[in-house]
Design a protein around this ligand. Structure first.
Ligand code: G4P
Length: 527
């Protein structure tokens, strides 16, 4: 038991949230460098060198230079073991991102300090708010001319509604970027440019008023910086662990991911302050992470991780206890016990077979079609984890075959892809159409490409007159039956056979809601 507690205590499971181009990939690379998971930085993404991240597994991703998939990386840092869950940068895959955020215990928010708070960061922060996830902030690109740091903190506070507690403060920026002052350690850390690919020996000067600081950064800048810092200390919040854990205050670090400066300060903060793996809610109450019995939930399913293997992997976040090779788990949705001896772990994208894993870790389970997003695995008890959402799609197309004889394969493919969360499928009660719903337009392209590659189905899209969809539900069987009869023309079953109202216009939806007050029209559905 104590070993279990020790293992859980040293784990940190987090994801990076940011607007595209703020530097998420670059930071990931540097984080892996510190975790000694990469020999030299520059191998996660190198459009220029023609090398691609291991997570860029689909040809389409390579062509477009975007990362569609969520990958998981585990690496050691100081005495800790860190799980970093990567999220797709492209907003068309935001559903995946939302679900990934249910599997982490803290987030790193990366902000381009020349730009400030951007659109996607705002949206992702809203999602982290649903669970009050603790947030650490990294102000990136200090090697460029950035906005006034005080103004940046103000913007985070007012726009994202979270208090900021600076932990480091920058000395200059752009060509004049000299390093940072670590407020908690009372140390000046000096930046040297051109060392972005290795772990640098950073020169540290103890004490803000140490004359060595003046010599190192220049008299003028040193004096100016001390004045500024005095103002900052007066005007900003002090870090508070409890408020941080409640998601109300964020420690802020400054640096440059490209120049590999400041990322380690942030990592030190992460291991010191971010919570160890936390429990999760189930329909039968809370499961604590230190519960000795194994439990976990699936937040993501991914096909073709490795084209050579041609398989589908279900990503399971362990909520409590320990996974051991060969152990029996209960797949609670189907009420079946399964023996798992080939779970995978993901060290910087390389897969390797796993002997054991603990709460907070992500394991990859081979999925032969029985695992869906949201599924719970337990040590024998029947319950399910809650809070893993499906979002009502906003874009719809009718999917049609070039070869009508492959209708069965098409349907099978679409249902499997919808179980993975790659897309949503709706089958109207009144006809044989297949309507595909997505949150982002790129999802359609991915689905057509995958139907071809994995199911040998040549499909194309057509316009369909659908504006929105809602999952419908009622406490009264009788009312639901009546609704089903009267509104049949607008009803469909989704990939999991859940009844859905498919509306041609928003006005139509509104009218239906007024006409059937006993029916709930939901924009999200829990798996
Ligand atoms: P993302 O994953 O959040 O989309 O961002 P990514 O790391 O790909 O960074 C976006 C661009 O910003 C990249 O340049 C990257 O090199 C640059 N960048 C990241 N961190 C810093 C930093 O600290 N300082 C400066 N000056 N630039 C930074 P790119 O030219 O678009 O990409 P690439 O062709 O170099 O891969």
């Amino acid at each position: 038991m104590t070993q279990l507690l020790e293992e859980i205590k040293r784990r940190r499971t987090f994801a990076i949230i940011s607007h595209p181009d703020a530097g998420k990939t670059t930071i990931t690379e540097k984080v892996l460098l510190y975790g000694h998971a990469l020999q030299t930085a520059g191998t996660v993404k190198g459009k220029k060198s023609g090398q691609h991240a291991k997570s860029d597994w689909m040809d389409m991703e390579k062509e477009r230079g975007i990362s569609v998939t969520t990958s998981v990386m585990q690496f050691p840092y100081s005495d800790h073991l860190i799980n970093l869950l990567d999220t797709p940068g492209h907003e068309d895959f935001s559903e995946d991102t939302y679900r990934t955020l249910t599997a982490v215990d803290s987030c790193l928010m990366v902000i381009d300090a020349a730009k400030g708070v951007e659109d996607r960061t705002r949206k992702l922060m809203e999602v982290t708010r649903l669970r009050d996830t603790p947030i650490i902030t990294f102000m990136n690109k200090l090697d460029r001319d950035i906005r006034d740091p005080m103004e940046l903190l103000d913007e985070v506070e007012t726009e994202l509604n979270i208090a900021c507690a600076p932990v480091t403060w920058p000395i200059g920026c752009g060509k004049q970027f000299k390093g940072v002052y670590h407020i908690h350690r009372d140390e000046v850390m000096l930046y040297q440019s051109g060392q972005g690919h290795t772990i640098q020996d950073v020169r540290i000067i103890k004490g803000l008023n140490n004359p060595e600081v003046d010599a190192a950064v220049g008299d003028g800048l040193a004096a100016e910086f001390r004045d500024e810092l005095e103002l900052v200390m007066g005007a900003s919040n002090e870090f508070d662990q409890e408020l941080f854990l409640a998601g109300e205050i964020t420690p802020v670090f400054f640096g440059t991911a490209l120049g590999n400066f400041g990322v380690d300060h942030m990592l030190d903060g992460l291991v010191a302050w971010a919570p160890q793996p936390q429990g999760r809610a189930t329909d039968k109450g809370e499961i604590d992470s230190t519960d000795a019995k194994f439990s976990g939930f699936v937040f993501k399913i991914q096909a073709n991780m490795d084209p050579k293997h041609r398989d589908r992997i279900a990503f399971c976040r362990i909520v409590s206890g320990k996974y051991e090779k060969g152990m029996k788990m209960r797949h609670t949705r189907i009420g079946k016990d399964v023996r798992i001896s080939d779970a995978l772990t993901f060290l910087a994208g390389d897969r390797s077979l796993l002997e054991e894993a603990y709460a907070g870790d992500i394991i990859g389970l081979h999925n032969h079609g029985s695992i869906r997003i949201g599924d719970t695995f337990s040590s024998g008890d029947d319950y399910r984890f809650t809070g893993i959402p499906n979002f009502a799609p906003e874009l719809f197309k009718r999917i049609r075959l070039r070869d009508p004889l492959r209708q069965k394969q098409l349907q099978k493919g679409l249902i499997q892809l919808s179980e993975e969360g790659a897309v949503q499928v709706f089958r109207p009660l009144a006809n044989n159409d297949l309507i595909v719903g997505a949150v982002g337009v790129l999802q359609f392209d991915v689905v057509v490409a995958r139907l071809k590659a994995e199911y040998n189905v040549d499909a194309l899209y057509e316009h369909v007159n659908v504006a929105t969809a809602r999952w419908v539900y009622s406490d009264s069987e009788r009312k639901l039956d009546e609704f089903r009869r009267k509104a049949e023309q607008n009803l469909a079953l989704d990939g999991g056979d859940n009844l859905t109202y498919v509306a041609p216009t928003m006005v139509n939806l509104q009218l239906a809601q007024e006409r059937y007050p006993d029916i709930e029209f939901n924009t999200t559905r829990e798996h």
